[in-house]
Design a protein around this ligand. Structure first.
Ligand SMILES: *Cc1c(COP(=O)(O)O)cnc(C)c1O
Length: 388
């Protein structure tokens, strides 16, 4: 039998061992690492700084008073409360779709939805850089999988032609991509993808995990920003990033959502999220899609531009190649007081280990400048390839 200690040693040897790093503080632009002390945090997905927002903290407490702390059962048993339904109406309205289903996480949304939408005899086409949750969901589905090179419309087109020839008349072809890619921060060429999938009668699922609250009018995401929301079949995402809390969602047609309620196993066989959480996410969405959200997005945009003129999102990869190089750069930054994670395989392809810098509206202008200076120093000393 394999010895777990030996497996861990192998991970260590390859620079792939992960360790948990406890915080002694709340989530925010400044955090206290239990083993290191205070540092500036450039690692979270809390793009608007809402994870510790005073108003939302108060709402959460008030909602616990109103709804209790637990939901008691799965949504289909007796766990569906008014708060869950109101949240689903809210996100569907924001995304301009007929209906929505919410899950306990974005991971559960992907691994529940994909196998409910597709199965044996269907075909799923995934962008090469899709998030692990989408890959896992696609694998679980039992559908035939094809990967197209990242953002490559020509290859998507040829995969779609291949799929159209192969599929039964009632089979589904589903194209899956992200709007803002989680480890690269670049955007999908959504207009091209929509045209392509429509030419071949395929469906399209777009994971807006890093776009909700960040891109588009009122932070409604890339589909809204590009005027394509009516032509994207499924808009998926999470409340755990810019919205500051947690929970996943998928928006689409009523019939498709009803099908998911009947078939998505991570929805059916999992206790409903706390109703107090659902009610607070509902309020957070009002905040994100309102004037305060616009203000926070303007601050985030200013930070993005100050950090790098050609920023397409709040995520900046600094690709360094080897695991050890990325780890050493991350450690060097931590010594200067900056928490910037080294991202390695299998989160990113082998040979593309990187620093992943994320900015938040809660950062101060001076935080951005000091990070830029620290990166410039690293570049001069050791890491010539660092260009923010
Ligand atoms: C974070 C993320 C998820 C998972 O969402 P959670 O709510 O954290 O489970 C799914 N897809 C993408 C692209 C993500 O970045």
């Amino acid at each position: 039998m394999r010895d777990p200690a030996a497996e861990l040693r192998a991970l260590e040897r390859d620079g792939l061992r992960r360790r948990l790093r406890p915080l002694d503080s709340a989530q925010g632009p400044r955090v206290a690492l239990a083993d290191h002390g205070d540092c500036l945090n450039f690692s979270s997905n809390d793009y608007l700084g809402l994870a510790s927002d005073e108003g939302l903290k108060e709402s959460y407490q008030k909602n616990i008073g109103r709804f209790g702390v637990g939901s008691g059962a799965s949504r289909l048993v007796c766990g569906t409360m008014a708060a869950h339904l109101r949240l689903e109406e809210k996100i569907a309205a924001l995304k301009r779709t007929e209906a929505a289903i919410t899950y306990s996480s974005g991971y559960a949304a992907a691994t529940g939805s994909l196998p409910a939408l597709c199965g044996k005899g269907d075909i799923i086409l995934l962008d090469k850089l899709c998030h692990a949750s989408l890959i896992d969901g696609a694998r679980l589905s039992g559908a035939t999988l094809r990967i197209f090179p990242h953002n490559d419309l020509d290859r998507l087109e040829s995969h779609l032609r291949w799929s159209a020839r192969r599929i039964d008349h009632d089979g589904r072809i589903l194209v899956v991509t992200e709007s803002v890619f989680s480890m690269d921060g670049d955007l999908a060429p959504l207009a091209g993808i929509v045209e392509c999938k429509e030419r071949h009668g395929a469906l399209l699922l777009v994971d807006e995990a890093h776009a909700l609250g960040v891109l588009g009018p009122r932070g409604r995401g890339l589909a809204a920003a590009t005027g394509l929301e009516g032509r994207v079949d499924f808009q998926m995402g999470t409340f755990s990033k810019a919205v500051g809390l947690s929970g996943g969602y998928l928006c689409g047609d009523r019939a498709m959502i009803d099908l998911l309620i009947n078939r998505a196993r991570s929805f059916i066989y999992s206790t409903a999220p706390s109703p107090a959480l659902a009610a607070t996410v509902d309020e957070a969405l009002d905040l994100v899609s309102g004037e305060r959200g616009d203000h926070l997005r303007a601050t985030l945009l200013a930070h993005r531009r100050a950090f790098s003129p050609d920023a397409t999102s709040a995520i900046f990869p600094v690709i360094l190649g080897e695991n050890e190089t990325a780890l050493a750069a991350s450690t060097a930054l931590l010594e200067k007081g900056f928490l910037v994670p080294a991202i390695r395989y299998p989160t990113v392809p082998k040979g593309s280990a990187r620093l992943r810098i994320t900015l938040s509206a809660a950062h101060r202008d001076t935080d951005i400048t000091s990070l830029k200076n620290a990166l410039a120093e690293l570049r001069e000393n050791r890491y010539h390839s660092i260009t923010p």
